[in-house]
Ligand binder design. Structure first.
Ligand code: PGA
Length: 271
């Protein structure tokens, strides 16, 4: 029997998704800076960095005795098998605490489906880790006005395979594909903060319908897409938005730590 869910206070979250931007040396340097700059407040929130697979072990060693957490950028949905080049939760479970699944770059360049992403989330949860599930509409879907329908399908696919008791372990990142930077220094346009709040509300409503409100209250919803130190506050001041998933700006440790501090102070704990 699992322990009862005690409170609805959700920890604020800032995730650095370094994608394939940084070399091994640069990753270690950036992780070290974030460890130092975040030392004072990392225990008050979930401050998470997601480097590339080959440097996870080294970054993990560097973060020993630090409150900065480690995440992976992807995982295969199966625990083992004939999947050349893929990485399993079995490889990751002793290295990281979080795993990003369903990032739009995986959906787009690796043709991942909603069902596959859902299976990945399930395998992450089964391994005792926390999935950060990315959802969001493409620019065509945005133009067609089907954001809500698209996100609903992505979220329902996950709920469809996950035991209800595991719903509070989920983090969803709402990342409109058209808002994600196409490279370093190439910020895209962004949704209105109220649109982000609307999607966060939708995700919790779906969780409440699928499971129960007490489960929905525990899952966390982040925003991602060209977040910078200048724009972060407007998103995390919205009710129900618990943090951010940051790509390009997270490769600059000072900016990422500034973003994280803003999240910590701006998130409304129980909204
Ligand atoms: P970006 O990336 O902040 O560079 O737009 C966010 C993401 O893709 O997770």
């Amino acid at each position: 029997m699992r322990p009862p869910l005690l409170s609805v206070r959700r920890r604020p979250v800032a995730v650095a998704n370094w994608k394939m931007y940084l070399s091994a040396t640069a990753s270690l340097r950036a992780a070290e800076s974030i460890r130092t700059l975040g030392a004072r407040f990392a225990s008050s929130m979930d401050l998470i960095i997601c480097p590339s697979f080959p440097v996870l072990s080294d970054v993990r060693r560097l973060l020993e005795r630090s409150r900065v957490r480690l995440g992976a950028q992807d995982v295969h949905e199966e625990a083992r098998g004939p999947y050349t080049g893929d990485v399993s939760v079995e490889h990751l479970r002793h290295l990281v605490r979080y795993v990003i699944v369903g990032h739009s770059e995986r959906r787009r360049f690796h043709h991942e489906t909603d069902e596959q992403v859902a299976r990945k989330a399930h395998s992450v949860v089964r391994a005792g880790l926390f999935p950060i599930v990315c959802v969001g509409e493409t620019s065509e879907e945005h133009a067609a006005g089907v954001t809500i329908e698209r996100v609903r399908a992505q979220v329902r696919a996950v709920f469809g395979v996950l035991p209800v008791l595991d719903i509070p372990r989920l983090l969803f990142a709402y990342e409109p594909v058209w808002a994600i930077a196409a490279g370093l220094g190439a910020p895209a346009s962004q949704p209105e903060p109220q649109e982000v709040a609307e999607v966060a509300g939708l995700i919790r409503k779906l969780a409440a319908e699928h499971a129960a409100p007490r489960y929905a209250e525990r899952l966390r919803v982040l925003y991602g897409g060209s977040v910078t130190a200048e724009t972060v506050r407007s998103f995390v001041s919205e009710p129900g938005v618990d943090g951010v998933l940051v790509g390009s700006a997270s490769t600059k440790p000072v900016e990422f730590v500034t973003i994280a501090k803003t999240v910590l102070h701006a998130v409304r704990p129980s909204s």
